[in-house]
Design a protein around this ligand. Sequence first.
Ligand SMILES: [Zn+2]
Length: 600
Amino acid sequence: MNAMNSKGWKNLRNLIIGITATSTSIKKSKMTTSSSTRPEPPATPTASTTKKEAVSAATTTSATTATENLSPSTCSLEEYERTREKLLAQDRGLAFDTQAIARATKVERSADQVVKRIRQHERAHLGVSPSNGGGSSEHFLGNLENINRSQLMEISKMMPKGAHLHCHFNTCLHPSFLIRQARGMKSMFIRSSVALVRPEDFACAAISFAVLSPDTPRSDVFDRGYSPLGWAPYPDFLERFPTQMLGGEGPESWLANKMIIREQEAHDIHQTTDGIWNRFNQSTQMLKGLFGYESAFRRYVGEAIQSFLDDNVMYAEVRPNFFDKFIMTDNGLGKLDHFAWMTIIREEIASKMKQLAENGRKEDFRGFKVIYCAPRSIEKKDMKWCLDDCMALKREFPDLICGFDMVGCEDRGNPIRHYLNELLEFRRTCDAAGLDIPFLFHAGETLRHGESTDENLFDAILLGSKRIGHGYGLARHPELMKICRERGIALELCPISNEILHLCPSIQGHSLPILLTNGVPCTISSDNPAYFSSTLSHDFYQVMSGFDSMSLHGWRVLAEWSLEHSCMNAWEKSCALAEWNRKWEAFCQWIVEEFGSNKR
Ligand SMILES: [Zn+2]
């Protein structure tokens, strides 16, 4: 018999003590969301009640009881194995989906088994697992082709995902959508950081667009004597683009591909966190002008709702950047302010909802709200302007504006604390005026620890953030995890974005399992799918394929949490959850019928 040495026993004892302490602290905590802004819970059982019961169930047996009589120097193999099983069971009992598993219907359990079988099969035969050694890549971008033809992805697409809570408005759709909109726009201009003469110029050029007045001085980007950043008419660019020189790739494809981040760019051995953010910002700069005029902005709303529907999302909160004060009219002569933006959004939502009702799909989409975003790089006086602007828009569009956030690379921009006076004043004014504009701060999208960026998590919580955008770094702060668990502050995790922007080397390094085991409510989002060749379905695919601890029951809890922690009011949530439950049952049935008994 292999007796455990004293060091091993000490480690085991420490582990047990740790588990007991965690269990006790979780047991004491209130798992329901307790913010004063929270509406009454809906009648449908929610993920938070599920979690409360799960944790309670997990703590009914003391971990010490399971192991206290085990002495490695005298125990038999059988005793050791029995105690080990108990310890594993106690650890698994802390899992966030414990109660969802306990409550699962027969068909749900069958569907879960089918999903697990497919996951195992595809790891072995499709090479989509980062850990099987036979996969094409450890990275999402390297596995994308295989993922897109996998059955697990087919299931992920069909999954009713509830709410999509973290998506930047201008990057909801593939870049080709905006490029198509720009076709025939006489007032659209393009510019480059270098003259576009040789193939290598095309590779290194930074491109941007703008809708400008017809009398704008014109340059020729294809001329050797081109002065960088001179504006060239876009229709001319399309007509004269040297397709042959670029191996047959046409201008629209070239432009779209230039905005999409490739595996090599994200994961090159010499790539750095700073470098990938430069690459990211290049795409953002390129997209900005393509988005900034009336007809594109208008069409984007309906198309974004359609893309959410296609992804089986029933409600969305999107984040437009409001720092630019205007978008242009299509003729390049007029400017539309934020009031006009919101009017366009309201009109286009109404139009899309009418169309859905006519097609019998009214129940499928429950709403689209706007989180006001300002860049974290601006001066304090500009932040004050944005905060005042946000309140003014909330007064005019109370059902549309649902929160306030700051955007941009956290490691480069100002910390939340930089704007403390302005944010506190905003909070006071909102409360006095009865304006419900919760903070929904990006925080913890960093690998730094103990620095001002990392401390954004502390300020987000102190300022009463309803949810936290990303919160990746929260797993390094036990006290903050406890607060999020107790107050029901949900995280908007974006696994693919985090991998591509260098927070984790692959999905398996993501902090999701730590956060979930510690009882932190988590939701899954796609952040900037336009740049990542992804959809929300891909993010759900990643968490299912990346972690054996993830199950169909876990997916269920993540989706329920997304609705529960959304900015919908109590009535809207209750209706959405009831509809979501119907969809979930049908989804499980579909999995069993379509893939059960090795049908495919
Ligand atoms: Zn984001």
